[in-house]
Design a protein around this ligand. Structure first.
Ligand SMILES: [Zn+2]
Ligand SMILES: [Zn+2]
Length: 132
Protein backbone atom coordinates (compact mmCIF):
# COMPACT_ATOMS: atom_id res chain seq x y z
CA UNK A 1 0.00 0.00 0.00
CA UNK A 2 1.17 3.43 -0.88
CA UNK A 3 1.40 5.98 1.89
CA UNK A 4 -1.09 8.82 1.68
CA UNK A 5 0.69 11.98 0.66
CA UNK A 6 -0.05 14.90 2.98
CA UNK A 7 -0.94 17.96 0.93
CA UNK A 8 0.58 21.32 1.75
CA UNK A 9 -1.75 24.25 2.37
CA UNK A 10 -1.41 25.56 -1.19
CA UNK A 11 -1.81 22.12 -2.70
CA UNK A 12 -4.97 21.56 -0.67
CA UNK A 13 -6.52 24.89 -1.70
CA UNK A 14 -5.80 24.16 -5.35
CA UNK A 15 -6.96 20.57 -5.16
CA UNK A 16 -10.25 21.55 -3.47
CA UNK A 17 -10.87 24.13 -6.17
CA UNK A 18 -10.33 21.64 -9.00
CA UNK A 19 -12.26 18.94 -7.15
CA UNK A 20 -15.31 21.19 -6.79
CA UNK A 21 -15.25 22.32 -10.39
CA UNK A 22 -17.77 20.60 -12.64
CA UNK A 23 -15.40 20.78 -15.58
CA UNK A 24 -11.64 20.68 -16.18
CA UNK A 25 -9.97 23.93 -15.15
CA UNK A 26 -7.35 25.80 -17.09
CA UNK A 27 -4.30 27.07 -15.24
CA UNK A 28 -5.25 30.73 -15.60
CA UNK A 29 -8.71 30.06 -14.13
CA UNK A 30 -7.08 28.26 -11.20
CA UNK A 31 -4.66 31.14 -10.77
CA UNK A 32 -7.48 33.68 -10.83
CA UNK A 33 -9.47 31.77 -8.21
CA UNK A 34 -6.67 31.07 -5.76
CA UNK A 35 -5.43 34.64 -5.83
CA UNK A 36 -8.45 35.49 -3.71
CA UNK A 37 -7.21 32.95 -1.22
CA UNK A 38 -3.77 34.50 -1.00
CA UNK A 39 -1.72 32.41 -3.42
CA UNK A 40 -0.45 35.23 -5.58
CA UNK A 41 2.57 33.87 -7.40
CA UNK A 42 1.91 31.87 -10.57
CA UNK A 43 5.00 29.80 -9.82
CA UNK A 44 3.48 28.60 -6.54
CA UNK A 45 0.38 27.50 -8.42
CA UNK A 46 2.33 25.72 -11.17
CA UNK A 47 4.49 23.97 -8.60
CA UNK A 48 1.44 22.76 -6.69
CA UNK A 49 -0.22 21.60 -9.93
CA UNK A 50 2.90 19.64 -10.92
CA UNK A 51 2.97 17.90 -7.56
CA UNK A 52 -0.76 17.12 -7.60
CA UNK A 53 -0.38 15.59 -11.07
CA UNK A 54 2.67 13.62 -9.96
CA UNK A 55 0.87 12.03 -7.01
CA UNK A 56 -2.25 11.33 -9.07
CA UNK A 57 -4.70 13.59 -7.21
CA UNK A 58 -5.38 15.49 -10.41
CA UNK A 59 -4.78 14.72 -14.08
CA UNK A 60 -3.99 16.95 -16.99
CA UNK A 61 -6.26 16.81 -20.03
CA UNK A 62 -3.68 17.59 -22.68
CA UNK A 63 -6.05 18.38 -25.52
CA UNK A 64 -7.88 20.91 -23.36
CA UNK A 65 -4.78 22.09 -21.49
CA UNK A 66 -6.82 21.78 -18.32
CA UNK A 67 -6.79 19.95 -15.02
CA UNK A 68 -9.35 17.59 -13.55
CA UNK A 69 -9.51 15.91 -10.13
CA UNK A 70 -8.93 12.18 -10.17
CA UNK A 71 -12.30 10.46 -10.28
CA UNK A 72 -10.92 7.08 -9.44
CA UNK A 73 -9.95 6.76 -5.79
CA UNK A 74 -7.61 3.87 -6.50
CA UNK A 75 -5.64 5.93 -8.99
CA UNK A 76 -2.41 6.69 -7.15
CA UNK A 77 -0.24 7.33 -10.10
CA UNK A 78 -0.65 9.63 -13.02
CA UNK A 79 1.25 7.50 -15.51
CA UNK A 80 -1.65 5.59 -16.95
CA UNK A 81 -4.83 7.51 -17.51
CA UNK A 82 -7.67 7.42 -19.99
CA UNK A 83 -10.46 9.93 -20.45
CA UNK A 84 -13.59 10.22 -22.47
CA UNK A 85 -14.39 13.67 -23.75
CA UNK A 86 -17.75 14.69 -25.18
CA UNK A 87 -17.26 16.75 -28.33
CA UNK A 88 -20.58 18.47 -27.84
CA UNK A 89 -20.82 19.45 -24.17
CA UNK A 90 -17.12 19.05 -23.28
CA UNK A 91 -17.92 16.70 -20.43
CA UNK A 92 -14.76 14.88 -19.37
CA UNK A 93 -14.81 11.61 -17.45
CA UNK A 94 -12.01 9.42 -16.29
CA UNK A 95 -12.29 5.95 -17.72
CA UNK A 96 -11.98 3.30 -15.07
CA UNK A 97 -12.20 0.06 -16.97
CA UNK A 98 -10.17 -2.90 -15.81
CA UNK A 99 -10.43 -4.59 -19.23
CA UNK A 100 -8.88 -1.57 -20.92
CA UNK A 101 -6.12 -1.09 -18.37
CA UNK A 102 -5.28 -4.78 -18.44
CA UNK A 103 -5.17 -4.74 -22.24
CA UNK A 104 -2.94 -1.67 -22.27
CA UNK A 105 -0.55 -2.96 -19.65
CA UNK A 106 0.00 -6.09 -21.77
CA UNK A 107 -0.02 -4.24 -25.06
CA UNK A 108 3.02 -4.67 -27.25
CA UNK A 109 3.54 -3.01 -30.62
CA UNK A 110 4.95 -4.65 -33.74
CA UNK A 111 8.53 -3.93 -32.68
CA UNK A 112 7.92 -5.62 -29.34
CA UNK A 113 7.90 -2.42 -27.38
CA UNK A 114 5.76 -2.23 -24.28
CA UNK A 115 4.55 0.91 -22.61
CA UNK A 116 4.57 1.86 -18.98
CA UNK A 117 2.96 5.25 -19.45
CA UNK A 118 0.00 6.48 -21.41
CA UNK A 119 -2.36 9.37 -21.36
CA UNK A 120 -5.30 8.59 -23.58
CA UNK A 121 -8.19 10.75 -24.63
CA UNK A 122 -11.22 9.32 -26.39
CA UNK A 123 -13.64 11.63 -28.15
CA UNK A 124 -17.28 11.08 -28.86
CA UNK A 125 -20.76 12.01 -27.72
CA UNK A 126 -21.84 11.43 -24.14
CA UNK A 127 -25.13 9.67 -23.37
CA UNK A 128 -26.94 12.95 -22.78
CA UNK A 129 -25.83 14.55 -26.03
CA UNK A 130 -26.46 11.40 -28.02
CA UNK A 131 -30.10 11.29 -26.97
CA UNK A 132 -30.71 14.90 -27.98
ZN1 LIG B 1 -7.22 9.08 -11.78
ZN1 LIG C 1 -22.14 15.67 -24.01
Amino acid sequence: MQKEYILSKNQKIIFDLIDKSAEPMKAYAILFNVQKKGIKAPLQVYRALDKLVEIGKIHKIESRNAFIACQNSSCQISKATAFSICESCEKVSEINNSKLSKYLSNFEDDSGMRYSKYNLEFFGLCKKCKSK
